[in-house]
Design a protein. Structure first.
Ligand SMILES: Nc1ncnc2c1ncn2[C@@H]1O[C@H](COP(=O)(O)OP(=O)(O)OP(=O)(O)O)[C@@H](O)[C@H]1O
Ligand SMILES: [Mg+2]
Length: 472
C-alpha cells in the first residue's frame, strides 16, 4: 500500500491538474528555476497552438522566439524578479506562428529564493480579431430617425432636440438606462448630419481592458511597447465622421484626462509617438447613469463632462412612457412576423394588462426580447397570450417575482397545481430575476451591482451576457 502522505500528494496533484485545465479563459504557464516548463494548461495550449509535449520539460527559449530586443516576461520574472500586470506581448512559437497575449507574470518564491515563474495569459489575437471585426461592422450604420418608434410626448421631445443637434458638429452626451435606444439615437444623429457619408465608429469603453483601449482610441507607434505595431486609432479612422464612445463613465480617470486633451486640442498622438495629428471628429458619448451622480462618485471628470455634453439628451425609460409599449410591441410583432414567416395579430387583453403593469428594467430591448421569445413559443395561435411570456409575467406580478424557493413543500394549492419545472431552467430564471433586480436597484451601475451581489465586475458582465440582460 502507498504511503498515505504520498496518496494525499497524488490526490492534490490531480486536483491542481483538473483545476488548471478547467480554467478555460486564461492560459497558465509555469517554469522552474532553470527556465524549463513544468506546468502548461489546456488554454495555454490553445493560445500558443502547441501540445503539452512540445513544451513540458523543454527550455523556454528552445520553444519560443522573440523579436530582437524583446525579452520574455516569464524569463524576466525568473531572472530579474520582475512582476508584470497586463503586459502585452507578441512572440512566436517554434512553428513560426505569431502569438499575442496580455499577461500577468510574477516570480514564485520559496524562503526568499526564486524557484520559478508563473505567467497567466489572455489571448489577444482573438480579442484583436474581434475588435477588427467590430470595426468592419461599424461601417454600416443602420438607424435613422425613421427607426425610432414612439409617440409619447416624452420621446417626441427628445427626438426633436436630437434632430436639432444634427445641424452642428457639437458633442452630444446621450444618457439613458440600458435598452432605451441610445445607440439608435447616436446613429440617427450621424446619419442625419452632414457627416453621414463619413465613417461612424462606435466603441464600447466598458468592454475592453484599459491597456487595450488606449491604443485602440489613439493608435500606436511601432515598438511603443512590446509587440506594438504601427496602427491608427479610432479617432483617426473616424476622420471627418463621428465617434461614439459608449459607457464613457467606465473609462479610467487617466484615459478620461487623455480624451479631454484630445477634444480640447482637436489633435491626438499615437502611443509612443511624438507627432501630433489633427483630428476632425464629432464625439458622441453615452452613459447609463446620471452624469451628476457619476461626477459626485468620481466616475466622470467634471471638465470632461462639460466638453462632452454641449448637448445632453436624456432618453426616458420605457416605464415613463407606457403608451409607447404598444406601438413598439406592434412594431416588433411585424418585424418577427416577417422574419419568422408568421401571422401573429397582436396581444391578448391580459398581456396588455401585464405589459402595462410591468416596469421594464431592460426597456425597449427587453420588450423586443419578450416579443421575440413569445413568437418562438407560438404554434398557430394568432394572439400572444400570457402563456407565451417569460415566467415572471405569467406569475401575474407587478414586477418580476419568482415563487420563493422556500416553497418547496408546495404549501399553496397553486403550487400543487403547477407542474414542476426542470431545475436548471428554474435556477436560470431565478438568476436572471435576481440579477435584474439588483441591477435595477443600482440603476444598472455594474460596479455597484456586482459589489452587492458579491461578484466581480467581469463575472457579472459575463452572466448578464449569458442571460441576455442589458447587452448588445
Ligand atoms: N424607440 C425605439 N424604437 C425602436 N426600436 C428601439 C427604440 N429604442 C430602442 N430600440 C431597440 O432596442 C434595442 C436596444 O437599443 P440600443 O442598443 O440603442 O439601446 P442602448 O440604450 O444603447 O442600450 P445599452 O445601454 O444597453 O447599450 C435595439 O435593438 C433598438 O433597435
Ligand atoms: Mg448602447
Amino acid at each position: 500500500m502507498e504511503h498515505p502522505k504520498l496518496e494525499q500528494v497524488k490526490t492534490l496533484n490531480k486536483i491542481y491538474e483538473t483545476l488548471l485545465n478547467k480554467i478555460d479563459d486564461v492560459g497558465v504557464h509555469v517554469i522552474n528555476d532553470v527556465g524549463k516548463t513544468i506546468i502548461y494548461n489546456e488554454k495555454m495550449m490553445e493560445i500558443e497552438s502547441l501540445s503539452r509535449e512540445d513544451v513540458i520539460n523543454k527550455d523556454f527559449l528552445d520553444v519560443f522566439m522573440f523579436e530582437d530586443g524583446q525579452g520574455s516576461t516569464l524569463l524576466e520574472a525568473l531572472h530579474e524578479e520582475k512582476e508584470f500586470r497586463n503586459q502585452k506581448q507578441t512572440y512566436f512559437n517554434n512553428k513560426g506562428k505569431e502569438i499575442k497575449t496580455i499577461n500577468h507574470t510574477f516570480p514564485i518564491y520559496d524562503n526568499g529564493r526564486v524557484i520559478g515563474a508563473i505567467e497567466i495569459a489572455k489571448d489577444v489575437t482573438k480579442l484583436e480579431q474581434l475588435i477588427r471585426h467590430n470595426m468592419q461592422r461599424r461601417g454600416n450604420t443602420r438607424f435613422t430617425f425613421d427607426s425610432i418608434i414612439g409617440n409619447s410626448p416624452a420621446i417626441q421631445e427628445v427626438i426633436e432636440n436630437t434632430k436639432r443637434a444634427t445641424r452642428t458638429p457639437s458633442s452630444v452626451l446621450i444618457v439613458g438606462e440600458t435598452g432605451t435606444g441610445k445607440e439608435l439615437f447616436a446613429q440617427s444623429i450621424h446619419n442625419g448630419s452632414e457627416r453621414s457619408s463619413a465613417p461612424f465608429i462606435s466603441q464600447n469603453c466598458a468592454a475592453i481592458p484599459d491597456t487595450l483601449i488606449e491604443g485602440l482610441l489613439f493608435g500606436t507607434k511601432k515598438g511603443a511597447f512590446t509587440g506594438a505595431t504601427e496602427r491608427p486609432g479610432l479617432f483617426e479612422e473616424a476622420e471627418g465622421g463621428t465617434l461614439l464612445l459608449d459607457e464613457i463613465n467606465s473609462l479610467s480617470p487617466m484615459l478620461q484626462a487623455k480624451l479631454l486633451r484630445a477634444i480640447q486640442e482637436k489633435s491626438i498622438r499615437r502611443i509612443g509617438d511624438t507627432v501630433e495629428r489633427k483630428i476632425n471628429v464629432r464625439i458622441l458619448s453615452t452613459m447609463n447613469e446620471d452624469p451628476i451622480e457619476a461626477i459626485a462618485n468620481n466616475r466622470l471628470r467634471k471638465d470632461l463632462y462639460y466638453r462632452l455634453s454641449v448637448v445632453s439628451l436624456f432618453i426616458p425609460a420605457l416605464r415613463e412612457r407606457k403608451d409607447d409599449i404598444f406601438l413598439l410591441a406592434d412594431h416588433f410583432i411585424s418585424k418577427y412576423n416577417h422574419l419568422f414567416h408568421m401571422e401573429v395579430k397582436g396581444l391578448s387583453a391580459e398581456v396588455i394588462h401585464l405589459f402595462q403593469s410591468y416596469d421594464w428594467p431592460g426597456n425597449v430591448r427587453e420588450l423586443e426580447h419578450v416579443i421575440e421569445g413569445a413568437m418562438n413559443l407560438i404554434v398557430d395561435e394568432e394572439i400572444i397570450e400570457p402563456i407565451h411570456l417569460p415566467y415572471h409575467f405569467r406569475n401575474k406580478s407587478q414586477s418580476p417575482h419568482l415563487n420563493p424557493v422556500v416553497s418547496v413543500h408546495g404549501s399553496s394549492t397553486e403550487d400543487k397545481a403547477q407542474t414542476l419545472r426542470n431545475l436548471k431552467d428554474y435556477l436560470h430564471e431565478a438568476e436572471e430575476f435576481y440579477i435584474k433586480k439588483a441591477l435595477h436597484r443600482h440603476d444598472y451601475h455594474i460596479t455597484n451591482t456586482a459589489k452587492e451581489l458579491g461578484l466581480s465586475r467581469q463575472t457579472l458582465q459575463y452572466r448578464m451576457k449569458r442571460l441576455n440582460i442589458g447587452t448588445k
